[in-house]
Design a protein around this ligand. Structure first.
Ligand code: APR
Length: 262
């Protein structure tokens, strides 16, 4: 039996409070909606979604990179610049606070560092990170100074072509640290996320449309392992039917209300 709870004025549905209080191992699975209230565009929300303006296969794929690495590098630095100009929201801060007094693991699809900047430790960035570029040839992590994205004067445009830097070790092109469509997920991050979900009593699924696998399969893994699954999302998603409870609220509204009850 699953229940949908519409967001009522600052009330957390009691079954969600009860599950959170009873849980000793919690996993928070987050997607782009977690950062929406920080002003970071999601991918698939109508009108505002990044994929409305850009075609994922051109910008988030090995083919796109090979076709125009300057365009791809520029787009990812633009996204990094936007993150640098944004702040963690109350939802990020609530999860960080929760981690202070409970076993809360975060596995995120997000390539921003807003969970970390809110004070959280993140168990797994399963789609990589905007801030961990590496050499496309030898794989060495690139240590970039962020002057290209921090200087207020030069917020580059989303479609500005910027040549990627050369690897200091082998001369190859430094590439964005995000996982592209068609690429495999970082092994260690994926295993950590899957193991955490299998061992959890409670799994919160926050701000994801649940359309990109294998991450979208984690709520089903949680449920089959006996965890209570709670979705926090203003709308129905592809993973809603995997949730025992669906709380139609946002990350920055719902998470602080929930954590305040614990
Ligand atoms: N609070 C909670 N959820 C929200 C909020 C909010 N303030 N605003 C939007 N959402 C929800 C939307 O309803 C939607 O279900 O967040 C979800 C965002 O979905 P997507 O844009 O598809 O983002 P995500 O699910 O993270 O995408 C998965 O796709 O493009 C790839 O690799 C990229 O990691 C990304 C993956």
């Amino acid at each position: 039996m699953t229940h949908s709870h519409e967001q009522t004025v600052d009330a957390v549905p009691q079954p969600i409070v009860d599950a959170a209080r009873a849980a000793s191992r919690i996993v928070v699975l987050t997607g782009a909606g977690m950062s929406a209230e920080s002003g970071i565009a999601t991918f698939r929300d109508a009108r505002t979604g990044l994929w409305q303006d850009f075609d994922p296969k051109d910008l988030a794929s090995p083919e796109g990179w090979l076709a125009d690495s300057d365009l791809v590098w520029g787009w990812y630095r633009w996204r990094a610049a936007l993150v640098r100009r944004s702040e963690p929201n109350a939802g990020h801060r609530a999860v960080a606070q929760w981690q202070q007094h409970a076993q809360v693991d975060i596995a995120t699809q997000n390539v921003d560092d807003l969970h970390e900047r809110a004070g959280s430790t993140v168990l797994a960035h399963v789609h990589g990170s905007l801030f961990e570029p590496y050499c496309s040839e030898c794989g060495v992590r690139a240590e970039l100074d962020d002057t290209d994205i921090l200087d207020d004067g030069i917020l580059i445009d989303a479609d500005q072509r910027v040549p990627p830097p050369d690897c200091p070790r082998c001369g190859g092109l430094i590439r964005p640290g995000a996982v592209w469509f068609g690429e495999s997920l970082p092994e260690q991050a994926w295993e950590a996320a899957e193991n955490a979900v299998r061992a959890a009593d409670l799994v919160l699924v926050v701000g994801t449309s649940g359309v990109v696998y294998p991450f979208a399969g984690l709520p089903a893994v949680a449920r089959s392992a006996g965890a209570t699954v709670v979705e926090i999302n203003p709308v129905e998603t592809e993973v809603s039917d995997m949730a025992d409870h669906r709380w139609r609220t946002t990350a920055a509204v719902g998470l602080p209300l929930l954590v305040a009850q614990l």
